[in-house]
Design a protein around this ligand. Structure first.
Ligand code: HEM
Ligand SMILES: [Cu+2]
Length: 610
C-alpha cells in the first residue's frame, strides 16, 4: 500500500497532539495524589507559570505605557490554594486523558488498521476533515477548561454549569470521530465487492464493533448536550432536568469504557499472539467477543445510577444482570489470550504445565510491544475483578463515590487501555516517520514501572475507599489537612491509604516521564528508513467457520432491541418522576448562579456612592 504524505501526517497528527496534551493530563494526576495526601497545597509549577505570564504582560504594558492589562489582575487573583483549583485540574485530567487521548487514538488506530487489513487506500480528505473537526472541538473545550470556566469534571453533571464552548467542543470532538469512522464504510464496501464470500478481517471487525458501540452511545450524549445542556448554558432555558441528563449521560458513559477497551482487544486478538511467537487460539472466539460487546455494552448504563433516585429498583436489577453478561466477553478474552500465549510459549520451547510462561518475550527489545500488552493484561485482572464489585447492586452501595471507584478504573482505562495505546502510538509514529524506536530498554521498562505504580496507587485508593475515603475531594484541605492532625476532624484511618496512593501515583508519573522521553526522542531522531506501515498479524490456530459471526447487521439490530427493552422503563421512570428542574450552579459557589448575581447586584447598589 502506498503511504502518501497526507496519510502519514494525518495519523501522526492524530497521535502526537493528544500525547502532548497527555503530558498535562498526567501531570494533573500527580498533583491530585499530592493534594489528596495533604503534601502540597498549591501547584508550584502552575504558580511559576502564572507569575511568569503575569510579569511578561506587565512588562509589555509598561513598555508601551499602557494601563495594566485586566488579564494581569485576573492571573494574580487566581487562588491556587482553593478547592476550585483542584476541580480545575481534575477536569483537565479526566477530559484530556480519558476522553481526548482515547478518542483520537481510536480514530488514528482505525485509520491505520482498516486500510492495512482491507488493502484499500483511505480517503485522506475526509480523514483530515474528521481530524480538523476533532482538533477544533478539543481546542474549544480546552479554552473553556483552561480558562477556568468549565471545572465540571469529565461527567459534566448538571446543575454544574460550564461555558457553552465546553459542550460545543465536546460535541465537535464526537462528530469528528463519527466522520473518521464513516470514512471506513466505502472502503469496506469496495473490499466486499472485490472479495465476495471472504471473512471480514478480525481486526477490521473489531474496529467496526468499536465504532458501532461509540456511535449508538454518543447519540444519547448528543441529545443531552444539544437539547438540555447547551441551551441552558447559553441562557435560553432557565433550569435543567437533572435525572434525565444523568440517565442520558450514563447511556453513553458505560459503553464509553468499551470504546476505550476494544482497540486494545483488537491488538490482543490480532497482533499479540504473533509478537509472542504463536497463533490466535480461536478466531471465532474473537468474533464472538466483538459481537457480544455490540449486544451488551449499552443496555447496562443504569449500573452507574444505583444511588440515583427516580429509577425503579427492578430496572437497576435488570441492568445489573445485563452487566454480568457484558463481563462474559472479557472472561472469554482472558481464556483465549491465555491459550494463545500458552501456545506461543510452547512454540518458543516452553515445557510442562507452567514452563511456557517463562518463554514469552517479556523483556525483548526487538518485540518491545509485547511488554505493553502483557503488563496491561496483568493489570486488567485486578481491574476486571474490582469491576464486578462495582457492578453488583448491593456491593456498589459500599463503594459508591468513594476512592474505590477511581482506584478501580485506573486498572482499566489507565491499565490495558493506556498501555496498549501508548505502545501502539509509539509503534505507529516510529514507522510512519521512518524512525527507529530509541532507547528500547527504557521503552520496555515503562509498562512494568507503570504496573508497579498503578497497582500500588489503586490498592491505596480502593482500600481507603472501603473505609469511606471519598473520591473527587481535595482531602488535603479537609479530612487530611495536616493542620488538623490530632483533632477529631482529622481522619487518621485514611491517611496511610492516601499516602500509599501518592507513592503509586509518583511511580506512575515517573513511568510516563520515561515514556515521553522515548516517544519524543524517537519522534525527533534521525530518519533511518522509508516510512512504512506494517502490523504483526497473527494466524488463527483454530479458524472455525461460524457464518453467523461474519455479519454485524443482525447483531446490531438485536442490540437495538435490547437497548429499547432495557432503557424504555428507565427513561419512563425518569421522565415521570416529579423532581423540579434545577437552576444552574457555577462549580465554585454553593448558591444558584442567578441568586449569586442578584446578591452581587444588590451589594453593588447598596454601596455608598462617593
Ligand atoms: C500519573 C498518572 C496518574 C495519576 C497519579 C492519577 C491519579 C488520579 C487520582 C488521584 C484521581 C482521583 C481524584 C479524586 O477523585 O479526587 C484520578 C481521577 C481520574 N483519572 Fe487519573 N491518574 C493518572 C493517570 C490517568 C490516566 C492515564 C487516565 C486515563 C487514561 C486517568 C483517568 C482518570 C479519570 C477519568 C479520573 C476521574 C476524574 C473525575 O472523577 O472526574 N488517570 N486520577
Ligand atoms: Cu459501567
Amino acid at each position: 500500500m502506498e503511504l502518501t504524505r497526507s496519510y502519514r501526517n494525518l495519523i501522526r497528527t492524530e497521535l502526537i497532539v493528544p500525547i502532548v496534551l497527555l503530558v498535562i493530563g498526567v501531570y494533573g494526576g500527580l498533583m491530585q495524589v499530592l493534594f489528596r495526601a495533604g503534601v502540597l497545597d498549591y501547584d508550584p509549577l502552575l504558580k511559576l507559570l502564572l507569575d511568569t505570564v503575569g510579569a511578561v504582560l506587565l512588562a509589555v504594558d509598561r513598555l508601551f505605557g499602557r494601563e495594566t492589562d485586566p488579564l494581569v489582575a485576573a492571573l494574580s487573583s487566581v487562588d491556587l490554594r482553593s478547592s476550585i483549583m483542584y476541580y480545575w485540574g481534575l477536569t483537565l485530567h479526566g477530559v484530556l486523558n480519558a476522553i481526548v487521548f482515547t478518542t483520537f487514538f481510536a480514530v488514528a488506530f482505525g485509520n491505520a488498521v482498516v486500510p492495512y487489513f482491507l488493502k484499500q487506500p483511505l480517503n485522506t480528505r475526509i480523514g483530515w476533515l474528521s481530524a480538523i473537526v476533532m482538533l477544533v472541538g478539543t481546542g474549544l473545550a480546552g479554552i473553556a477548561m483552561f480558562s477556568g470556566q468549565a471545572s465540571v469534571l469529565y461527567t459534566f453533571y448538571p446543575p454544574l454549569k460550564a461555558h457553552p464552548l465546553f459542550y460545543l467542543g465536546a460535541a465537535l470532538l464526537i462528530v469528528g470521530s463519527w466522520i473518521g469512522a464513516a470514512n471506513w464504510i466505502p472502503m469496506y464496501r469496495r473490499w466486499r465487492r472485490e472479495n465476495p464470500g471472504q471473512k471480514i478481517p478480525l481486526a477490521v471487525m473489531g474496529m467496526f464493533a468499536t465504532f458501532i458501540i461509540w456511535f449508538i452511545a454518543t447519540l444519547s450524549v448528543a441529545v443531552e448536550v444539544l437539547f438540555l445542556l447547551l441551551p441552558w448554558s447559553l441562557g435560553w432555558t432557565e433550569a435543567v432536568d437533572v435525572p434525565l441528563a444523568r440517565a442520558l449521560f450514563w447511556f453513553f458513559g458505560h459503553p464509553l469504557v468499551y470504546f476505550w477497551l476494544l482497540p486494545a482487544y483488537v491488538m490482543y486478538y490480532t497482533m499479540l499472539p504473533k509478537v509472542a511467537g504463536g497463533k490466535l487460539f480461536s478466531d471465532a472466539a474473537g468474533r464472538l467477543v466483538f459481537v457480544m460487546f455490540i449486544l451488551f455494552s449499552i443496555p447496562v448504563g443504569a449500573h452507574h445510577q444505583f444511588a440515583d433516585p427516580g429509577i425503579g429498583t427492578q430496572w437497576k436489577w435488570l441492568h445489573t444482570v445485563l452487566t454480568y453478561a457484558v463481563a462474559l466477553p472479557s472472561l472469554i478474552t482472558a481464556f483465549t489470550i491465555a491459550a494463545s500465549l500458552e501456545y506461543a510459549g510452547r512454540q518458543n520451547g516452553g515445557r510442562g504445565l507452567f514452563g511456557w510462561m517463562f518463554r514469552l518475550p517479556y523483556f525483548s527489545r526487538e518485540r518491545w510491544l509485547f511488554s505493553y500488552w502483557i503488563a496491561g493484561l496483568l493489570i486488567f485482572i485486578f481491574g476486571g475483578i474490582s469491576g464486578i464489585v462495582n457492578a453488583s447492586y448491593n456491593l456498589n452501595m459500599a463503594v459508591h463515590n468513594t476512592s474505590w471507584i477511581p482506584g478501580h478504573f485506573h486498572l482499566t482505562v489507565a491499565g490495558p487501555v493506556l498501555l496498549a495505546s501508548l505502545g501502539m502510538s509509539l509503534y505507529l509514529v516510529a514507522q510512519l516517520s521512518g524512525k527507529e524506536v530509541l532507547w528500547r530498554g527504557a521503552a520496555v521498562a515503562v509498562p512494568y514501572l507503570w504496573l508497579v505504580g498503578v497497582l500500588t496507587f489503586s490498592w491505596g485508593m480502593m482500600r481507603g475507599g472501603l473505609h469511606g475515603m471519598p473520591r473527587r475531594t481535595y482531602l488535603g484541605a479537609g479530612a487530611l489537612n495536616p493542620d488538623l492532625q490530632g483533632t477529631p476532624l482529622y481522619r487518621a484511618d485514611w491517611a496511610p491509604y492516601a499516602e500509599i496512593a501518592m507513592v503509586g501515583g509518583i511511580i506512575m508519573f515517573a513511568a510516563m516521564l520515561l515514556y515521553f522521553v522515548v516517544f519524543f526522542g524517537t519522534l525527533f531522531a534521525r530518519r533511518v528508513r522509508e516510512a512504512h506501515l506494517e502490523f504483526p498479524v497473527a494466524e488463527a490456530y483454530h479458524d472455525e467457520p461460524v457464518r453467523a459471526l461474519n455479519r454485524l447487521a443482525p447483531w446490531v439490530a438485536t442490540a437495538v432491541v435490547l437497548i429499547v427493552l432495557s432503557y424504555t422503563p428507565v427513561l419512563y421512570d425518569v421522565l415521570r418522576s416529579s423532581f423540579q428542574k434545577a437552576p444552574a450552579y457555577l462549580p465554585e459557589y454553593n448558591v444558584p448562579e442567578k441568586q449569586l448575581q442578584e446578591t452581587i447586584r444588590q451589594g453593588q447598589s447598596s454601596q455608598p456612592t462617593e
